[in-house]
Design a protein around this ligand. Structure first.
Ligand code: AHG
Ligand code: MN
Ligand code: MN
Length: 335
């Protein structure tokens, strides 16, 4: 991937978002103020992640979250950082997190709450103990003041996302965002403390013979997924799986390929959460020319029923997602 970055065009996330705003007449700056809060939280979380072992905050929190999963201490720390950074933004009505059972209502629409922000504060946190790459996934929705309940307000189909993105805490800290007019990639320059634009209008390769799935669960996948994997095994594919959605997705977004998390016995609806994992990734991948499906339905067409709803997910290069779809259709296991 060629980088557009040169010292002559130092463009920060802040100035990029403000410049984008000029394309939206009547924009009040509320939206860019929210992105700046996410950027601030990302820098703070990046710092915490890098010092986690030194500060003894790795490992289990000793509690299970609403997902029934053991919470990592860093899950809680990242969640608190995001809540503190976003809680001060006057244009946010509702915040919702993977780590919290219920959404947090900050203010009603009549009091200025124009947006809802949902996030997975630390994705892939179980890999943190062994220095694996982890991420923060976020999505921004418009607040609908007509809807009474906070959960009802945030249960919007992915097509209605205003923006989506993730921050990947790897050897570098990458910030990927789309506001519906393409995907832009920023990298944190720790010396100046800014996310700098390195790629505008990122496009995913149309095809790449690499799949990403936890093969340990193959026996419990619906047969369409099993026949796809058997086909891939005899058609020159290789496999890469980190077990951290942000890290696996970022590799595929840049190099091409396909990620699969099918239904399993443990997670018959799929493991990944629709509202703050699958939908934001789906918006990013579709904006970059890729595809995202859950069963045979485009992920962003699903009407959510509840905040922590899980879905199966196939995400990646358009040709590679089509190859999976063709096997699901043949074996009737797309649902
Ligand atoms: P989280 O750490 O937010 O709970 O997400 C973990 C998810 C996702 O990051 C990854 O793709 C998937 O869990 C890996 O699941 P398996 O360990 O079952 O493969
Ligand atoms: Mn996650
Ligand atoms: Mn998480």
């Amino acid at each position: 991937m060629d980088t557009e970055r040169s010292t002559s065009n130092l463009c920060s996330l802040q100035s990029h978002i403000l410049a984008e705003e000029t394309h939206h007449p009547g924009a009040s700056g509320d939206f860019s103020w929210i992105v700046s809060a996410i950027s601030l939280a990302g820098k703070a979380i990046a710092h915490q992640v890098r010092r986690a072992r030194l500060e003894g905050v790795l490992g289990d929190q000793g509690a299970t979250n609403v997902q029934g999963e053991s919470q990592q201490r860093m899950d809680v720390i990242a969640n608190e950082i995001l809540m503190r950074c976003l809680g001060t933004r006057a244009s946010i009505a509702v915040l919702a997190s993977e780590e919290d059972d219920q959404p947090t209502i900050l203010r009603r629409g009549v009091d200025g709450g124009k947006y809802c922000v949902l996030f997975d504060p630390l994705d892939g946190s179980s890999t943190l103990d062994t220095n694996g790459a982890v991420g923060t996934i976020f999505t921004i929705l418009r607040n609908d003041p007509q809807i009474e309940s906070a959960e009802g307000t945030v249960c919007q189909p992915g097509r209605r996302q205003v923006a989506a993105g993730y921050i990947l805490y790897g050897p570098s800290t990458a910030f990927v965002i789309t506001t519906g007019t393409g995907v832009d990639l920023f990298e944190l320059d720790p010396f100046i403390g800014s996310f700098l634009l390195v790629k505008r209008g990122l496009r995913i390769p149309k095809a790449r013979k690499v799949y990403s799935v936890n093969e340990a669960y193959t026996a419990s996948f619906p047969c369409g997924y099993q026949s796809y994997l058997a086909w891939a095994h005899t058609n020159g594919y290789s496999s890469r799986y980190i077990g951290s959605l942000c890290a696996d997705a970022h590799r595929i977004l840049l190099n091409g390929g396909v990620f699969l998390y099918p239904p399993t016995i443990t997670h018959p609806e799929g493991k990944l959460r629709l509202l703050y994992e699958a939908n934001p990734m789906a918006m990013i991948f579709e904006q970059a020319g890729g595809k995202a499906i859950s069963g045979s339905t485009p992920t962003m067409d699903i009407n959510p029923r509840k905040l922590h709803q899980r879905v199966p997910l196939v995400l990646g290069s358009s040709d590679e997602v089509d190859a999976v779809l063709s096997h699901l259709a043949k074996d009737g296991s797309a649902h």
